[in-house]
Design a protein around this ligand. Structure first.
Ligand code: ATP
Ligand code: MG
Length: 333
C-alpha cells in the first residue's frame, strides 16, 4: 500500500483541538488504506528548549494521544523520531542542497524566530524544514496529512526531492500534501485570526484535549466573537463565529449551512457556544480517559514505540543508503 507519514511535536503536555481536527482525524481515517507512519517528532521539539524531564514526559504523552485518538499501533507504525537516527543523517544531506535564502523564506521560521527574538532563536529552528523533509522522504511517502500551516514546508520538501533526483538520479518519491478543507486551520478562541498553537503565549485561546472539561467549557463560552449578533459564516468579517461554526460542523457532522439555519435569529451566540462546548467535551472526555490508561502503563507504551522504531528503521535505513550512495559517500564497513 502507498505510504503516509505525519507527526506532532511534543511541545506541550496536551494536543489541542486544531491538531486533532486538522491532522489526527485524517490520520485515523487514512490508516485503513495506507501503510501509515506516525512519528512523535521530539527532535523538532528540541528547537524550543524544553527541560529534559518535560521532553521525556511529553514524548510519551504525545504517543499516548496518537493511540487515544484512534491510531492503531497494530495497523500503523508509531515511533519516536530520535529513535531513528536516519532522520538527522538525511537532514544533513538535504541541508547541503537547500539555498540559504530558500530556508530564510519559511514563514514558520519567521514567526517563531520573531516571537523568540535573536537570543532565543537557535539554528535548529532554521533547519527545521530540512529535518521535516527528511522525516517524509525517508519513507517513500506518497501522502502527508497535515494542517494548512505546513503547506509551505511540504512544498519545500517536494522541491528538495525533485532537486536531489535531478542532480543525483532518481532517489526519492515526491510526496503530496493532504490538507483538509474546513478544519485545516482551527483558530485561537481568543485571537481568531491566529491558529491554535501549542506554543502560543495565550493558552486561553487553545482547547487542549487533556484539560478538564470545565476548563474547555469556560474557554468556549468566553470565545471572542463580534457585536453583530447574527450567526453567519463569514471568515473575513466574523472570524470568531466562523471558527465556532467550523468546529461544530467537524464534530457534529452537520453542514455549516444547516448550522447557520439552526442558529438564525438574534442572540444565538450563547446557544452556539453552549453546543460547541458540549461537542468538544464529548470527544475529549473519552480521549482523556484513554490517555490516562495508556500513561498508566509506560512499559507497554515504550514497547509499542520500540517496535515502531524497529519497523521504521528498516525502511529509513534502506532509503538513507540509497541517498548516501547517490551523493558519493563511500560505502561503510
Ligand atoms: P507548536 O506551536 O509547538 O508548533 P502546533 O500546535 O503548531 O505546535 P505541531 O506539532 O507543530 O502543532 O503540528 C502538528 C500537526 O497539527 C501539523 O500537521 C499541523 O499542521 C497541525 N496543526 C497545528 N495547528 C493547527 C491548527 N490550529 N489547525 C489545524 N491543524 C493544525
Ligand atoms: Mg507547529
Amino acid at each position: 500500500a502507498p505510504r503516509i507519514l505525519s507527526g506532532m511535536q511534543p511541545t506541550h503536555d496536551s494536543l489541542h483541538l486544531g491538531n486533532y481536527l486538522g491532522a489526527q482525524v485524517n490520520w485515523v481515517r487514512m490508516q485503513a488504506d495506507f501503510d501509515a507512519f506516525f512519528c512523535v517528532v521530539d527532535q523538532h521539539a528540541l528547537t524550543v528548549g524544553p527541560e529534559p524531564e518535560e521532553l521525556r514526559r511529553r514524548t510519551r504523552v504525545t504517543a499516548a494521544q496518537y493511540i487515544a485518538g484512534g491510531v492503531d499501533p497494530e495497523k500503523s507504525t508509531v515511533f519516536v523520531q530520535s529513535h531513528v537516527p536516519e532522520h538527522s543523517q538525511l537532514a544533513w544531506v538535504l541541508n547541503c542542497i537547500t539555498g540559504y535564502g530558500e530556508a530564510a523564506r519559511m514563514t514558520q521560521f519567521k514567526d517563531k524566530s520573531g516571537k523568540r527574538g535573536a537570543e532565543g532563536t537557535n539554528v535548529g529552528l532554521f533547519t527545521y524544514p530540512m529535518l521535516m523533509a527528511a522525516d517524509i522522504l525517508l519513507y517513500d511517502t506518497s501522502v502527508v496529512p497535515v494542517g494548512e500551516d505546513q503547506r509551505q514546508h511540504l512544498e519545500l520538501t517536494r522541491d528538495l526531492a525533485g532537486r536531489f533526483n535531478a542532480r543525483y538520479g532518481d532517489t526519492f518519491r515526491i510526496p503530496e500534501a493532504h490538507i483538509p478543507g474546513e478544519t485545516a486551520k482551527i483558530m485561537s478562541l481568543q485571537e481568531p485570526t491566529a491558529k491554535m498553537s501549542k506554543s502560543a503565549d495565550n493558552q486561553a485561546g487553545n482547547l487542549m484535549m487533556l484539560d478538564e472539561p470545565k476548563v474547555n467549557t469556560k474557554k468556549v463560552k468566553s470565545a471572542v466573537t463580534d457585536t453583530d449578533n447574527a450567526v453567519r459564516f463569514d471568515a473575513e468579517a466574523k472570524p470568531g463565529i466562523a471558527n465556532l461554526l467550523r468546529i461544530h460542523a467537524a464534530l457534529s457532522g452537520d453542514s455549516i449551512e444547516t448550522l447557520v439555519e439552526r442558529y438564525a435569529g438574534e442572540n444565538k451566540y450563547g446557544a452556539l457556544k453552549g453546543d460547541v462546548a458540549e461537542l468538544v467535551i464529548q470527544v475529549q472526555a473519552p480521549f482523556k480517559a484513554r490517555v490516562d490508561e495508556l500513561i498508566g502503563d509506560p512499559a507497554e507504551l515504550d514497547r509499542v514505540l520500540a517496535a515502531g522504531a524497529e519497523r521504521a528503521r528498516e525502511v529509513a535505513a534502506a532509503t538513507l543508503a540509497r541517498a548516501y550512495d547517490a551523493v558519493g559517500f563511500l560505502p561503510g564497513a
